[in-house]
Design a protein around this ligand. Structure first.
Ligand code: 6GU
Length: 262
């Protein structure tokens, strides 16, 4: 998968060199290209913002640098061009990239969104600062490419860079070969499947007693059926406590005969 990220703070994306995403890059599973938006400015001060039409506080990002940046990136070809992904993948780029616009005014970025984006060969992220990007940029590329305006939650951040780190990590860990164990995300909170829409319950490891605290005895029983039942009960209790909204809107068919919510 190829990811292009256009920002006025390339240093903010340094964490993409570390840990899971950094390793996926080193292994050729992810081709991440971070671009400085100011390279597409032409004035002495590399201006990327201006005052809003209609007045009001704050500044708005000018359309011209974004237009030049996106045109250059789209023209640079699909995944696999000008760089090296291990599978040499270029399929799917005939539709161009999906453009992800992080904004607190977007639709919610969820695990379903992450799964959808993980199926794409090429994503371009446009994290903005200030009050956002001139609307005409989103209109323009919305006519040529698939554009998704996405928010990571109901709070306001100073810019889209931290949301990009969040979204890239959520997507990257779903790519084939990135996680050591392909089953590692089967039981994730919010993963589709048997534990759909339930929060994960508690986990334990050695030692068997720590500061006088033991392990729930069922986990030591070796009885896989009882362990699965216990884990599901823990997940239901935790979800009822912290996310009652998930229980409210869960499909009754997703609850099994032994589930007792409350
Ligand atoms: Cl994507 N951007 C900003 N600036 N703030 C946010 C957000 C995005 N999602 C939640 N808050």
């Amino acid at each position: 998968m190829r990811l292009d990220i256009v920002t006025i703070f390339p240093e903010y994306l340094e964490p993409l060199n570390v840990s899971l995403v950094g390793k996926a890059r080193a292994r050729g599973l992810l081709d991440v290209r971070v671009h400085d938006l100011r390279q597409w400015t032409h004035d002495r001060h590399n201006t990327v913002d201006d005052t809003p039409y209609g007045g009001g506080p704050g500044m708005v990002m000018k359309p011209e640098p974004w237009g030049e940046a996106l045109d250059a990136i789209v023209a640079s070809g699909g995944p696999g061009e000008g760089s090296d992904t291990e599978d040499g993948s270029r399929g799917g780029s005939e539709h161009g990239p999906v453009v992800v616009v992080p904004t607190p005014s977007g639709s919610p970025f969820t695990q379903t969104t992450a799964v959808e984006l993980a199926a794409e060969p090429w994503l371009v992220f446009t994290p903005a600062r200030y009050e956002g990007i001139d609307r005409r940029v989103i209109e323009e590329y919305g006519e040529r490419l698939r554009v998704r305006e996405l928010s990571i939650g109901d709070y306001v951040l100073a810019g889209g860079e931290a949301p990009v780190l969040v979204m890239v990590e959520a997507v990257a860990r779903l790519l084939p070969g990135v996680l050591g164990n392909a089953e590692s995300h089967r039981d994730d909170s919010f993963a589709p499947g048997a534990m759909a829409d339930l929060l994960e319950g508690p986990v334990y490891t050695k030692p068997p007693v720590w500061r006088g605290r033991g392990i729930p005895e069922v986990l030591l029983s070796g009885h896989h059926g009882r362990i699965a039942r216990w884990r599901r009960d823990q997940a239901l209790h935790r979800t009822a406590r912290y996310r009652p909204d998930l229980i409210e809107r869960c499909d009754p068919a997703a609850l099994d005969a032994q589930d007792r919510v409350l």
